[in-house]
Structure formats: structure tokens, C-alpha cells
Design a protein around this ligand. Structure first.
Ligand code: 5RP
Ligand code: MG
Length: 219
């Protein structure tokens, strides 16, 4: 079982804040995410800045794209995004168009990730696989967590089932280093942390603490 990657999500409301955080943690993490909140504020210029700062890193545009997949993927890929997210309720044609466009610009590195929110089924998941999409993001929404939802066995079972189906599964939503041990023994592809890193007093130390805990648990 490979050691899970660490991705930082930059969900700042301003470009400056996102860049400052990226500069402090970019070398510690494996993947850098242009977060939805910041993309909605400043657009894909954020992706362009991250690509220029980190030419060799995997950069994700967390667009949660629901439509116009080809256009949105082309625009973000041209700014430097390797991966882009589509929301799980997007149609298969939207996801296929996004996948085609991101691969046209980024080649084999280009991938689409399906963001799992709300209602979705394993039948749909099989359709995503059949469409050539092999990454899924298992998400506890910020608002669900604020409403009292917690990580637990129910999440673990869904993550395991998706992995069994053949997905590389990322896990995210209010993660702290304490949450990670719940996934011990599970072949998680990437842990995505936003506020747990960027709102820490020392973001670089917080990112390193995630890396250390991942190494402790997964070896
Ligand atoms: C929210 C997101 C966030 O980027 C993701 O949940 C990570 O952020 P945090 O760790 O702060 O919850 O995509 O929709
Ligand atoms: Mg995100």
C-alpha cells in the first residue's frame, strides 16, 4: 500500500492570502489546490500564479464543475492545472468533455476528479469509471461538519468500497492530524487539508505534522 499524498487546499478569499500560504507550505505538500472559494473570487489567475511558483508540482483546480466541462477544463489546464474537479451530479458528457480537454492540454498528467457531495450511487460511480475517470474525492462538506456531522465508520465503508471499485480516492473535509488514524489500513490516495494547515499559527509546521502522521500510520 502506497503512502497517501498530502494536498493543501487554498480556500482564501483573496489572492494575496492564498499566495502567502502556498509559498510557506508548497515545498512540504505533494499537491497544491486552487480552492473553490478562492477560484470563485479571483478566477483561474490563481492557478497560473501557483503554476509559476511551483513548476514541478501537481496543481489542482477545485472548480467543482457542473457544466461546460470542456471549456472550464481547457481554461484551467492552459493556466497550468493538472487535475480539475467535477461535481458528482454533473452529467457524463460534462465529465467526458472535461477529461478530453484537460488531457489535450496536460497530456497523461491531466485528470478529472469527481467530488462526492450529497446523493450519489455506486451505479453512477461505475459510469465515471467507464468514462475513464479514476479519481474520486470523498468529502464531508464544511457545512455538514458545522452542523455537527463527524467522520466515522460510515465514511470509511464508502471510501473502502470506492477503492475496491478501482478509484484512487482522496479524503477531505475539516481534517486534522487526529482524523487520519481512522483510515489506518485503508489505501487512501490523498488527504486534502485546508484550514487545518492554512489557519494554523505556523502553516509549514502544520503541513509537516500531517506528513509525519501519514508516515507514522502508513510507513
Ligand atoms: C470545500 C473544499 C475544501 O477545499 C476542502 O474541504 C478542504 O478544506 P478544509 O480542510 O478547510 O475543510 O473543497 O468544499
Ligand atoms: Mg477544495
Amino acid at each position: 500500500m502506497a503512502r497517501p499524498l498530502l494536498q493543501v487546499a487554498l480556500d482564501h478569499s483573496d489572492l494575496k492570502g492564498a499566495i502567502k500560504a502556498a509559498v510557506s507550505v508548497g515545498d512540504v505538500v505533494d499537491v497544491i489546490e486552487a480552492g473553490t472559494v478562492c477560484l470563485l473570487q479571483v478566477g483561474s489567475e490563481l492557478v497560473e500564479v501557483l503554476r509559476n511558483l511551483f513548476p514541478e508540482k501537481t496543481i489542482v483546480a477545485d472548480t467543482k464543475c457542473a457544466d461546460a466541462g470542456g471549456t472550464v477544463a481547457k481554461n484551467n489546464a492552459e493556466k497550468g492545472a493538472d487535475w480539475m474537479t467535477c461535481i458528482c451530479c454533473a452529467t457524463i458528457p460534462t465529465m467526458k468533455a472535461a477529461l478530453k480537454a484537460i488531457k489535450e492540454v496536460r497530456g497523461d498528467k491531466g485528470e478529472i476528479q469527481v467530488e462526492l457531495y450529497g446523493d450519489w450511487t455506486y451505479e453512477q460511480a461505475q459510469q465515471w469509471l467507464d468514462a475513464g475517470i479514476s479519481q474520486a474525492i470523498y468529502h464531508q462538506s464544511r457545512d455538514a461538519l458545522l452542523a455537527g456531522e463527524t467522520w466515522g465508520e460510515k465514511d470509511l465503508n464508502k471510501v473502502k468500497k470506492l477503492i475496491e471499485m478501482g478509484f484512487r480516492v482522496s479524503v477531505t473535509g475539516g481534517l486534522s492530524t487526529d482524523t487520519l488514524k481512522l483510515f489506518k489500513g485503508v489505501d487512501v490516495f490523498t488527504f486534502i487539508a485546508g484550514r487545518g494547515i492554512t489557519e494554523a499559527k505556523d502553516p509549514a509546521a502544520a503541513a509537516q505534522a500531517f506528513k509525519d502522521e501519514i508516515a507514522r500510520i502508513w510507513g
